[in-house]
Design a protein around this ligand. Sequence first.
Ligand code: SAM
Length: 273
Amino acid sequence: MPQDDYVLGRSAAETQRLILQHQIYGPLTRRFLHAAGVGAGMRVLDAGSGAGDVALLLADLVGPSGAVVGVEENPAIVETASARVDAAGWRNVSFVVGDLRDAPVPEGFDAVVGRWVLMYQPDPADVLRRLATRVRIGGIVAFHENDFSYPPTVFPESDLARQVLRWSVPPPGAPGPEMRMGTQLYRAYLEAGLPGPELMVEAPAGGGPDWPGYGYVADTLRSLLPALQRATGLDPAEVDVDTLAERMRADVVGRSAVQMLPLMFGAWARRSV
Ligand SMILES: C[S@@+](CC[C@H](N)C(=O)[O-])C[C@H]1O[C@@H](n2cnc3c(N)ncnc32)[C@H](O)[C@@H]1O
């Protein structure tokens, strides 16, 4: 994937956004990986490992008798991920810098796992097909992807919540990531020659002053702003992203409302041929 296509940018702020995102979505990913059958002693490939949050979660699931290999095209974020793995004391996690489609990773993994990565691929089924060849027959292919069919929502609604919802969803056909990858996973598995996957869907939700969702939504919009500006002409002054988290917090807390974040779809299947 050419560097400029990674619409959320590659800054240190983006790395921090990924880490905050994991604080919210990590428990969902753990439940998903457990349901998919990832467990102690397995050798797992983590596709698009980013700042290492899924690799760290996998290290905990497979334990010292297992191993995790992350593959990631951005060398700067691999440095961050490696430092975090070292700080956590894991010796069985390593990273390969390269493109998912042709990085030099060995075969015979018990599972390949990825989160928020197929949504960035021009041809997700092709990437799935290639990654599945790294897994042994009977091994697990498990991907966890957002679907903005239900974008960030507040119940009950408010003017601000409706605005955030409108800003968060690029118009159909806009360049950038596939915001409905979750509901497209089933088809992508079939097109990749894999069995129709089992699916699971979950969304984080919360309220009150300490809920991290307000900051997460604001940070995501901050990362997306340049691309949204190009695609839709969205005026950054209208979003006023620097005050957005506090305005959302005041809106939700003041009305004892709840915020629901975008759905996560998990898909898993076992390689059969
Ligand atoms: C949104 S981040 C998610 C990181 C991590 N999976 C997580 O859940 O925290 C997507 C990552 O995938 C990487 N990536 C996207 N397409 C890639 C490709 N074709 N080959 C290798 N890495 C890729 C990006 O550089 C980025 O670090």
